[in-house]
Design a protein around this ligand. Structure first.
Ligand code: IPM
Ligand code: MG
Length: 362
């Protein structure tokens, strides 16, 4: 029996509550399919700062590097809001992405039929939406240099650099086309090529890469139009491919389609086999210790781990189907609660999903 080593970075706030439920689910998968998951915890974010004065300590990076996959909860708490930028919890997120070379961020935005009414948008617009946003994660204006704030012409001047090497564009485009081949074979590349040079290069390299995937239909869209189209007609999209900052903004926007941030998982992949999985929501420090947050985003992130890191498609589908069954049976955490449904806690939601996994036939 192979043992898979998973680095468990619960982080701050409600991070531990949601990763605990994902671990519960992975343990039920190992029970059912006779696989072995070994979890090694380490600190990241504010809790790491408290102990080491560093939100991303070396021992956390070392553990992540020697593991088969990383499961992360969330980082951040108000009590760290006044720390200098270099040691803020968010810095740990950017740091681990760069250290592990996690350049490909996959953010699915799926509207579950049971939750269609939760979206602030009309059900007829959002129903059946199934978009995969593929966001470049280690380049762009997030990491570009030169950057800074300095005195210029007798006033302060702040600047960052939006930049991409063609190799960075090519490798993320490859990921998008490969993922599209497993889906509806459509890629919409989002840029601002009418204004930005870096976007013109982006568009050229994506086009060039698309020639290797003749079955995939490639379209291009300016980011402002994409922001509008995502809420006007989300079903037109299959895979959206975009850079770091446009992807940051559009993935938050797309999350609204599904009604709750508490439902959305993510995967961040590298060139090597190492990958990191995390919910896209934050640490919700105000809800910490109350056993009320929705663990589904983290449970679905664990499902993505099985699919993308361990090639366990059947086990992945088991988790997704169990989540769907649990929603169909009317179980809801407070963020997705509607009249007539059964309100459950974080741990009860995990238990229901676990029971469904054990009940579903192999
Ligand atoms: C995200 C977050 C991060 C980002 C922040 C917390 C640094 O918004 O993962 O989308 O901007 O990438
Ligand atoms: Mg974001």
């Amino acid at each position: 029996m192979k043992t898979y080593n998973i680095a468990l970075l619960a982080g701050d706030g409600t991070g531990k509550e949601v990763t605990d439920e994902a671990v519960k689910i992975l343990k039920s998968i190992s029970e059912k399919y006779n696989t072995d998951f070994n979890f090694e915890p380490a600190l990241i974010g504010g809790c790491a700062y408290d102990k080491y004065k560093n939100p991303l300590p070396d021992n956390t990076i070392d553990l992540a590097k020697k593991s088969d996959a990383v499961l992360l909860g969330a980082v951040g708490d108000w009590k760290y809001d006044n720390l200098p930028a270099q040691v803020r919890p968010e810095k740990a997120l950017l740091g681990i992405r760069k250290e592990l070379n996690l350049f490909a961020n996959l953010r699915p935005a799926i509207v579950y039929p049971e939750l269609t009414d939760l979206s602030p948008l009309k059900a007829e617009i959002v129903s059946d939406t199934d978009i995969m946003i593929i966001r470049e994660l280690t380049g762009d204006v997030y990491f570009g240099t030169p950057k800074g704030i300095e005195k210029k012409n007798n006033e302060l001047f702040g600047y960052n650099n939006m930049c991409y090497f063609e190799s960075e564009i090519r490798r993320i485009a490859q990921v998008a086309f490969k993922v599209a081949m497993q889906r509806n074979k459509k890629v919409c590349s989002v840029d601002k090529a009418n204004v930005l040079d870096v976007s013109r290069l982006w568009r050229d390299i994506v086009k060039e890469t698309s020639l290797e995937y003749p079955q995939v239909e490639l379209t291009n869209m300016y980011v402002d139009n994409a922001a509008m189209q995502i809420i006007r007609n989300p079903r037109q999209f299959d895979v959206i491919l975009t850079g770091n900052i446009f992807g940051d903004i559009l993935s938050d926007e797309a999350s609204i389609l599904s009604g709750s941030l508490g439902m959305l998982p993510s995967a961040s992949l590298s060139d090597s086999k190492l990958a990191l999985y995390e919910p896209i929501h934050g640490s919700a420090p105000d809800l910490k210790g109350k056993n009320v947050v929705n663990p589904i985003a983290t449970i679905l992130s664990a499902a993505m781990m099985l699919k993308y890191s361990f090639n366990m498609d059947k086990e992945h589908d088991d988790i997704v189907n169990s989540v769907r069954k649990t929603l169909k049976d009317g179980f809801r955490t407070q963020d997705i609660f509607q009249n007539g449904m059964k309100l459950v806690s974080t741990t009860e939601m995990g238990n229901q999903i676990k029971n469904n996994i054990l009940k579903l036939s192999e």
